[in-house]
Design a protein around this ligand. Sequence first.
Ligand SMILES: [Zn+2]
Ligand SMILES: [Zn+2]
Length: 414
Amino acid sequence: MKVNILKGFADVCPPEITLWHHIEETAKRHFFLYGYEEIRLPIVESTELFYRGIGEGTDIVEKEMYTFADKAGRSLTLRPEGTASAVRCYIENQLYNRPSPQKYYYHGPMFRYERPQRGRQRQFYQIGCEAFGVAHPALDAEMIAMINRILLELGLDNLQIEINSIGCSKCRPNYKSNLIAFFGDRLSSLCSDCNRRYVTNPLRIMDCKVPKCIENTKGAPLIRDYLCSDCSEHYRALKGILEHYPINFIENPKLVRGLDYYTRTIFEITTENLGAQKAVAAGGRYDGLVEQFGGPQTAAVGFAMGMERLVELLKNQSNNTPPKARIFVATLGAEAERASFGISEELRSAGIQVSLNYGHSSLKNQLRKADRLNATHVLIIGEEEVSSGMYNWKDLSNGQQGQSRLQDFINLVR
Ligand SMILES: [Zn+2]
Ligand SMILES: [Zn+2]
């Protein structure tokens, strides 16, 4: 009986996996440059963690969590995002005792029970960073600069960096009540989601993508007019630092985030390369979350980027991964075949991928095989080559041929 994959879940197979590796390696290289270290977090957590961290009333907690009871009757949830787990880890391992700022990254699968669509799976992958212990906006700006560099290095263009401040626990409540007053007599013209948000999370109405809701946010109060003096100063300083990098950004006064825990800086990096303007990375500051989870008062800022969307973007680029040498070692005769094992190991020691023929066949068949395997070069070993140490090779990308010592060949293909 054939068993199929679940709806909303996807296998990632070659050749696409090469793009995943390329994105992960590029991100990790930059995380190193900016001083971020890896934390590995469990995929399953207590449901309560997300109730407390993400907040009741958010779309994620209300509609999208994979929650189930284990055999002991505990309520468990497959993580829908990374920040709540990272904060729990930070407190449980007392990472706040390490020198600040404490900078961490994670990557792996997240789960949300949503209607599957193109580029949106129920199991999806995120790479994210969380930096703890610094309230100054220099940390926010550095994070934005790092993401920008990662995306540019991946070859993405048409990037747009949008920023906003959503205030703090002192100034946001006043904004919220003005927003509630504004939308109070417009509820009938808002979508059903926004009617729900009006009760649970009215700020989310501001970034609803339904046209009639966009229309109805015209003239709505904007958070920037309600920021307290500390939040205004923080936002002003952030913009100044971004200009010094320099990073081009756009202020979007309607930018909000779906999660309750954000304070002050929020940002979103979008690109037009997938047709519509879509976010590839998003994040913000969450200065109250560590304390809310029972840890010491700790300022923090983080972001996440979605792998599937990045992979989709890279697929549309030619030259989406740097070319790597793949050598096919062809042999003529038993002596050459015996020599090929040691030669292959030398190539691998030099960091070059090698395929062999595994058994005997004609040179013509071997060349055909090399072509099907997408080899970049064929190294041809015959009896004469074994005794002279000079090998024939062919570059399959341009048909060029030559004869070299093994070390010269290695230098050539690297
Ligand atoms: Zn404030
Ligand atoms: Zn709406």
